[in-house]
Design a binder for this molecule. Sequence first.
Ligand code: ACO
Length: 325
Amino acid sequence: MMCIRSEIIGLGHCLPEKILTNDDLSQMVETSDEWIRTRTGICSRHIATTETTSVIAGKAVENAIKNAGLTPSDVDVFILATITPDNTTPSTAAKIARNLGFRHGVPAFDISAACSGFVYALTLADNMIRLGQAKTAVVAGAECLSKIVDWTDRNTCVLFGDGAGAAVLRAVEGEGTNKDTGVLSTRIYADGEQYESLGTNGGVSSTQSSGFVVMNGKEVFKHAVVCLSEAAQTVMNDAGVVKEDVDWLIPHQANIRIIDSVAERLEIDKDKVIVALDHHGNTSAASIPLALSENYASGRIKKGQLLVLTAMGAGFTWGGVCVRL
Ligand code: ACO
């Protein structure tokens, strides 16, 4: 049966210039390159200096729109996933809409779903496109996590990085089969029971500050493996595809041991798993679009390939997307 699909027609990303290596970190807190690499898989991360979230997200969006062969005036809706906005309000999406020159009246808003933010944004945009509320949607994930990290806390400061990634979606006609190009299935979830396990220790209405990232690493690790693999399996089932059909699994980039366990549970070969955390660290909402855009630009991920995206983060929130590029 004919149906509307959201095709990804453009990708872009942006990383702040400054790179912070594990060795640099070992000068700041009691840690070592060896500990960080073996426990997390992270070797270096980009850190914003003068850049703000709107700057790196704006560049990623601009690149994605150019990559799609469009101009900002073609955009019908813009959704930015971030937990590190430039201002508490208005949204960082509104700032980017102004800076890039989206049309008057085009909806632009931020969503807060931590590391699952991009999967949430993609799900919302796909639904709007399929309902006929937008023809061209831009979704992005961008973070300056370095601004909410306590740089004296070795338990957290070694894990995170800054960056931005974006995708342009366009309505296309599909045949309603899993051979279609575009988003084939989406799922998003939350469970507030784990509110305390991962987040910041402050916020606007409680402490009048943003707070710093705090977490129960072991608890997060355990749930992440289950949530990431279950969401991936569910969207594969929904799309009617099996693991052999999948060209690339793009999991949220938090820890290589989490990623390896997820791949193992799904019985997806490690060569089909995109890993970018070695040079990005955990960039929360940016991690999936950043990994996707970078690997598409390098030619590793190609048009026509079947991708499974899966994310999990504070809330807890989690979700997955199955998409043919
Ligand atoms: N350098 C050296 N030692 C450290 C460091 C560090 N940077 N950080 C912690 N340690 C020490 C701890 O103090 C502890 O010492 P102790 O035994 O004397 O108390 C020891 O290393 C072992 O710590 P563990 O917590 O047992 O180490 P673990 O193997 O669990 O790894 C980690 C910790 C990497 C945080 C892991 O639990 C993890 O990745 N959890 C997932 C959390 C995560 O990724 N959060 C990101 C956001 S969530 C998300 O994106 C899904």
